[in-house]
Design a protein around this ligand. Structure first.
Ligand code: GLC
Ligand code: CA
Length: 566
């Protein structure tokens, strides 16, 4: 059996701008992260993924990189990074950084050169194309839409051409067909690995190859339809990754986790990250992110979770990678709403929060917690477009307003439910002003519920969500259940049940039965085929078991060590 350090890790994702302000300017920074390493150590994680802190004009909060070899001045310095790595390593915590290789900022020196003239040596670092002229009117080379709204091309008058940008106008896409780009980006990876980091979360990695420049046919009502297939999971991505792996990653004992949006299938998932793919260690997929009725509602209290959808999405990846590869386990990230507001229940925050944590952490893979998830942070009650910081949230508001121009309230509600700003409000540390994130007005408003939901309160309460996460992490990392939780086989039970998510993990002669109720009512689950040996973890103090049936309370979740009766 293949065993690697990153299979035995528990990860924590940090969004630097919103984590903690260490120098009192209202913006999170490296010093802030440094000062909370002990907190993360107490939680028990031993791997952190830090979102970009490279020098950037911050059009997309750092995913638009101006200089890969320097730190954004408001986040700190290269020395701060070194200090952070050293202290983390001393605590046994490894660090992975975002490796942003699909695009740079338009303020990156390569792009500044590239746009100067058609024969500039950097011209081919990016994807330039002439426009189309139809009936005397010039337009983009194709009708393809971009992820952040509008066309995926932007016009530049200096050379009267368009450059491709599948995110914002300020994020021109790199041309991976160009050998020189490949070499430059390999240098970026090498440089950071040599600086002491332990690997990468590879941003937008599925988009490095593009289809032929033929108009997208999907949804003709849109001027610029977003057809992911035009630039997602296409064949050459795998050639680039094999090369990156051979020339860089394989030379280090590093972890590489690709972000594969664009509806990556299981087949392409395995191409990226099976044990013998020689590309990446694992890939984040998004299949479990859409299992509710978000698109049909405006009132957040009306959210309904589709449990069967969740079970199928998780199980599909669990089964495909069984014996063949490894996957990360995460609920949501910095691009998604908050877990509690998406899949939790506002009437049972503690029980549902703990249940969701158990449901995920007992699976096979490497769990990742998104900052604030461990204390149950929720979506922000956005009421006005000016409260948005994120470019795609603003675009989404205007999109909804265009659909129904008379209903701006509906537009804000729709945009708010999905907004990427929800997970990016300041981390709630204490009940002090600004939630202890800063002593001055932060770059984004703090969620008004911070007096109730904060780290300080969670640390005090022995029965808090934080302590439940701590217990889950400790069960996985050491002791009797380490092997079965880490390496055990996964088997979904009761696939038709739309209230309970139950599964079995087994390793050698040990088995654990994981039962999670997504129901607001009592549910009954039959245990008659098992001999119960012990309770591994649960979210209620007492269980009600009668006649070999467990009566589950709302959102009850329980893990039993069992033997199956023969
Ligand atoms: C990824 C990141 C997201 C970013 C985008 C462009 O999807 O997770 O935050 O906006 O790539 O870099
Ligand atoms: Ca700061």
């Amino acid at each position: 059996m293949i065993k690697k350090w990153w299979m035995e890790s528990v990860g924590y994702q940090i969004y630097p701008k919103s984590f903690l302000d260490g120098n009192e300017d209202g913006i999170g920074d490296l010093l802030g992260i440094y000062s909370k390493l002990d907190y993360l150590n107490e939680l028990g994680v031993n791997l952190i993924w830090i979102c970009p802190f490279y020098d950037s004009p911050m059009d997309d909060n750092g995913y638009d990189v101006r200089n890969f070899f320097d730190v954004y001045e408001k986040f700190g310095t290269m020395e701060d990074v070194k200090k952070l790595i050293d202290k983390a390593h001393a605590l046994g915590i490894r660090i992975v950084l975002d490796y942003v290789l699909n695009h740079t900022s338009d303020e990156h020196p390569w792009f500044i050169e590239s746009k100067k003239s058609k024969d500039n040596p950097y011209r081919d670092y990016y994807i330039w194309h002439e426009g189309k002229t139809v009936d005397g009117i010039k337009s983009e080379p194709t009708n393809w839409g971009s992820f952040f709204g509008g066309s995926c091309w932007n016009y530049d008058e200096t050379t009267d051409s368009y450059y491709m940008k599948i995110f914002s106008n300020k994020m021109p896409d790199l041309n991976w067909k160009n050998e020189a780009v490949q070499q430059e980006m390999m240098d970026v990876a090498r440089k950071w690995l040599d600086y002491g980091i332990d690997g990468f979360r590879i941003d937008a990695v599925s988009h490095l190859d593009r289809a032929e420049l033929i108009d997208a046919k999907v949804d003709q009502t849109e001027k610029y339809p977003l057809d992911w297939h035009k630039f997602s999971n296409l064949p050459k991505v795998h050639d680039y990754l094999k090369k990156l792996n051979q020339d860089v990653f394989a030379k280090y004992d590093c972890l590489t986790i690709g972000e594969v949006g664009g509806e990556a299938s299981i087949e392409s998932g395995l191409k990226y990250a099976s044990f013998d793919s020689n590309e990446l260690s694992m890939v984040f997929n998004f299949d479990h992110n859409w299992c509710n009725n978000l698109n049909e509602i405006t009132n957040p209290k009306k959210i309904k979770v589709n449990v069967i959808c969740l079970k199928q999405a998780f199980s599909k990846w669990q089964y495909a990678f069984r014996d063949h590869g490894w996957i990360p386990l995460n609920w949501l990230n910095h691009d998604q709403p908050r877990l509690m507001s998406h899949y939790g229940n506002y009437r049972y925050p503690k029980a549902s929060g703990k249940m969701l944590a158990t449901a995920l952490h007992m699976m096979r893979g490497t769990p990742f917690i998104f900052q604030g998830e461990e204390i149950g942070m929720t979506n922000y009650p956005f009421e006005d477009v000016t409260e948005f910081n994120d470019i795609s949230s603003k675009n989404s508001y205007y999109y909804h307003l265009e659909q129904e121009p008379d209903d701006p309230v509906k537009a804000i509600k729709k945009a708010a439910l999905k907004s990427r700003d929800n997970p990016r409000t300041p981390m709630q540390w204490t009940k002090e002003p600004y939630a202890g994130f800063s002593i001055t007005d932060p770059f984004m408003p703090v969620n008004p519920n911070y007096k109730k939901i904060n780290v300080e309160q969670n640390l005090k309460d022995k029965d808090s969500l934080f302590h439940h996460y701590q217990q889950l992490i400790s069960l996985r990392r050491k002791g009797t259940f380490h092997d079965v939780i880490t390496y055990g086989d996964y088997r979904m039970l009761d696939p038709e049940d739309d209230k309970l998510y139950t599964y079995m993990r087994s390793y050698q002669d040990q088995s654990i039965l994981v039962i999670n109720s997504f129901s607001t009512k009592k549910e009954v689950y039959d245990l008659s085929q098992y001999v119960i040996q012990s309770v591994v973890i649960s979210n209620y103090k007492k269980q009600t078991i009668k006649n070999q049936k467990i009566i589950l309370k709302p959102f009850e979740s329980i893990v039993f060590e069992v033997k199956e009766k023969s």
